[in-house]
Design a protein around this ligand. Sequence first.
Ligand code: NAP
Ligand code: G4F
Length: 356
Amino acid sequence: MKKALITGVTGQDGSYLVELLLDKGYEVFGIKRRSSSFNTQRIDHIYKDKHLGDNNLHLIYGDVCDSLNISRIISEVQPDEIYNLAAQSHVAVSFETPEYTANADALGTLRILEAIKNSKREIKFYQASTSELYGGITAESLNEESLFTPRSPYAVAKLYSYWITVNYREAYNMFACNGILFNHESPRRGETFVTRKVTRGLARIFYGLDQNLYMGNLDASRDWGHAKDYVYAMWLMLQQEKPEDFCISTGIKTNIRDFIKLAASKMGFEIEFKGHGLEEVGYVSNIITNDSKLIKGQEIIKIDKAYFRPLEVNELVGDSSKAKEKLNWSPKISLEQICEEMVAQDMMIQQKLLKD
Ligand code: NAP
Ligand code: G4F
């Protein structure tokens, strides 16, 4: 039985990766942070308390900011593969917590690579790199050869991790790969990332629990895929003969305004936008369903400059030709399906809140 160690197991991607690896017959060890209240909601449906029977998922307390703890876990678990998903992953928050972001997102990777090197074992390593490395200063479709121009403390920290992964691969002949993943979403996405903020926020307005949803830059566009498709690409990278870096994306970009319209349409109403800049509003232009508290003409989307970033990445769209050719990977789930899945879950949660 192969053993995998996942940092960031309690996050969106960690939860889908655990499901995939257990399904493939791995014994999985996940590092979770100590928290003052439960933080395992995304994996509770998989984790079985050891007193209730056999379990191939083991949770260990740890933090990528703590070298001693990381070295000890790696030497005790002796994994075949390590997936480093732990990060302060919110771009806007990284402007407010740049030092912590650098510690976790840059030095965290170094700590793991050093522990692997010192273990003298052949451990395959996956680094969660990101399309934020590109900074979105060109309109072209981005691939493994494109220029990195990071535009946030998060992206700068991830750039260090990208290069230290390449460096350890070349200097110490380690099997270490970067997955340069474009945005990927799901019903398990954190509530403050834009897609989830929209599906959750519109669901609350639909049921009359809120009146408005305050947003930032609606002109930005992203290349959105499904987290389930993307964790499969992570696993494929570690199953290759030789370690390489891969871009993972859908190749389709959508702007925030259009995602809002799509989410509304999945709930049975339509939104139109009027005005410009901070005065722009999104209003209900048509209602198809009978179940909502919405009123035609109601202005529900408003702009709050607090959600603008000191520097913006205006657009990102990826080219995954290399992954298609060498990994035989391509995305299976469309943005329509992702949005539908997210809307269904958020409608259910908010409707339940209303009843309670
Ligand atoms: P996420 O939902 O924010 O999960 C991040 C995980 O890291 C959580 O389990 C979190 O623990 C953990 N973590 C944070 N700081 C830590 C620390 N100091 N020590 C140990 N664990 C720590 O992020 P995600 O969307 O799953 O993304 C996974 C990885 O891929 C991240 O590295 C992210 O930067 C990168 N990435 C994501 C995307 C995307 O679109 N989702 C695209 C490219 C790259 P808590 O649950 O306790 O907070
Ligand atoms: O959903 P977002 O916060 O994701 P962002 O910044 O693209 O970062 C995500 O994807 C990266 C991969 O490219 C990951 F590396 C990273 O860890 C994270 O998962 O914002 C997307 C866009 C931005 O342009 C932002 O300015 O949406 C815009 N936006 C507009 N209004 C908003 C809002 N973003 C958020 N979070 N909240 C808003 O109200």
